[in-house]
Design a protein around this ligand. Sequence first.
Ligand code: AMP
Length: 416
Amino acid sequence: MRVLLVGGGGREHALALGLAADPAVSAVVAAPGNPGIASVAELRAVSASDPAAVAALAVETAADLVVIGPEAPLVAGVADAVRAKGIAVFGPSAEAARLEGSKAFAKDVMTAANVPTARAYVCVDEASTARALDEFGAPYVVKDDGLAAGKGVVVTDDRSAALAHAAECGRVVVEEFLDGPEVSLFVVTDGEAALPLLPAQDFKRIGDGDTGPNTGGMGAYAPLPWAPPGLVDEVMRDVVHPTLAELRRRGAPFAGLLYVGLAMTAAGPRVIEFNARFGDPETQVVLALLETPLGGLLHAAATGTLAEHPPLRWRDGAAVTVVLAAQGYPAAPRTGDVITGADREGIIHAGTARRAGDGALVSAGGRVLCGTATGVDLAAARDAAYALVDGVGLAGSQHRTDIAAAAVDGRITIPG
Ligand code: AMP
């Protein structure tokens, strides 16, 4: 099987490693890829969100399967264009990807499917925003309605900051604050059959102790020693299957990766958001533990044969990933700095590039790379991930020092 992988971040590097390790996969082409992915795939330049360009590349490279990593190409209809060429694609249609592309659409689907989530209002002006903020009270949650790479959400006790964010965005979703630890659950689905992966937790804020602004994600770990035993079954029953059924009913079946972001509240798990693709950096830890060959799994989802796929197999132990971010991230990341010590197993490239001229590895994005490691338990995986990150040199870089720390220490509790 020949695979074309679309994207060029840390998630795609993790996907590329998983695909290349599958004996059924004969070649991986990545577009545009990154210098880390280049060690396991042929790189091709492409405008990843241009449906015609990606479809043409899939034909040219004789791909048997196209795997779309990021959300922007999905929302732009890249999966539809590839499917129209008769090529299997892992990733939902543009219509189904609205589950991520529009917070208002996602809320509408959840309401129709009776999925437990935060109460919310869609607001387009200051008066309606103010009314919604006052109904729910602090902490205030205001979400940009469109795609914002995980950075369109403001959670604050400051009412005027909440109003200012809403004014900047135009159309927003204002919702009640959900109190409790967060869980990311990835579900591989062909639109009807669905296989959950291991639950993971990511760290959205830039600073230790969940301080500072939201980012694309600063680290992750799996599995979750503190998660209630029946959690995955409950979420499949109450969230995933009703949502997939509602999308089928609307004529927009969702095939690909359904990412369920949950808060474990006193009243039970509540959906914070859906994404239409693998989460970054949770993918790095979940795939590090997946023993089942990745290419075959994604191909089954892409071809409507997931019901016949064998149960997933997982490695024992745990995985942790720690993101190394550029100076100034998330507001104004500095790029172009030389990176040293990145040529080691477990270093996943996210925002890196080869410098023209000398080919030196340099930073090229906000989240530059991640140190991903497994271990016999969470404590061992955490030590190994930090050892990887500590071995990397990047001027002015920042990383959180508390990834997975509370879980290792048994300090995570579900309210109520
Ligand atoms: P989202 O892009 O919707 O995942 O939001 C980004 C982050 O904001 C989430 O991972 C949460 O940490 C936080 N967040 C979003 N919605 C809520 C909510 N209703 N209550 C509490 N925190 C939230």
